[in-house]
Design a protein around this ligand. Structure first.
Ligand SMILES: CC(C)(COP(=O)(O)OP(=O)(O)OC[C@H]1O[C@@H](n2cnc3c(N)ncnc32)[C@H](O)[C@@H]1OP(=O)(O)O)[C@@H](O)C(=O)NCCC(=O)NCCS
Length: 177
């Protein structure tokens, strides 16, 4: 499985010279994926400006790059700001979902956050986003829901943790915000 996965592409951190690859990946997201990724409507212009900002500051961007060199999945780690925890965000193009790419990207982000000694990560999306919930739950996320949005908080343990093995049918519970 790992061999087949690795044959399809690799995970690496992106730099400013990869900015166009990141932007083009975000542009290829389907309308629902854009809503879930950006918690609302995101047109091409918004996405272009957003992607540019990702490479202009302290945000770290990790990507799953296919054998043709295109970014097909990405994860951002936005450092903590004042009393706000570090924010993380993920996107995988529709044809590449459910292959474990989101899980591998989450592991990369967790490793980077642990190295930076961030105590906690936050992920937000639309309330109905079952894929995001399933993904974040594998890393121990605790969820709250408010105003059509769902927020997951993931504590960073000092020891590296791999995702829990694949499992299905677990009760999908939410704590009140
Ligand atoms: C959320 C997202 C990044 C997941 O990426 P992915 O590569 O499909 O994730 P994985 O293949 O690693 O799957 C992770 C887990 O989620 C589960 N899952 C995936 N899609 C699911 C869905 N639609 N409903 C329920 N569970 C789902 C998988 O079964 C897997 O769990 P398992 O390992 O226990 O079987 C992807 O769906 C996406 O890009 N969505 C649009 C943007 C978005 O919602 N981003 C998150 C908010 S920032």
């Amino acid at each position: 499985m790992a061999r087949a996965f690795n044959a399809l592409g690799t995970i690496r951190e992106l730099t400013g010279s990869d900015a166009a690859l990141h932007r083009d990946h975000l542009h290829r997201l389907d309308p629902q994926g854009r809503r879930e990724r950006f918690n609302g409507v995101a047109d091409d212009r918004f996405i272009t400006a957003y992607s540019t900002r990702c490479f202009a500051g302290r945000t770290r961007v990790f990507a799953w790059v296919d054998r043709g060199g295109e970014v097909r999945g990405s994860a951002e780690l936005h450092p903590p700001c004042a009393s706000e925890p570090a924010d993380i965000a993920f996107s995988v193009e529709p044809e590449f979902r459910n292959l474990g790419i989101g899980t591998r990207l989450f592991e990369a982000v967790m490793a980077a956050a642990r190295y930076s000694r961030f105590p906690e990560l936050r992920i937000t999306s639309t309330a109905g986003n079952r894929a995001m919930r399933a993904l974040a739950r594998k890393f121990g996320a605790r969820f709250t829901a408010e105003g059509g949005e769902i927020t997951g908080l993931v504590a960073i343990a000092s020891e590296p943790a791999l995702a829990e093995p694949r499992h299905h049918g677990e009760a999908d519970t939410l704590a009140p915000a």
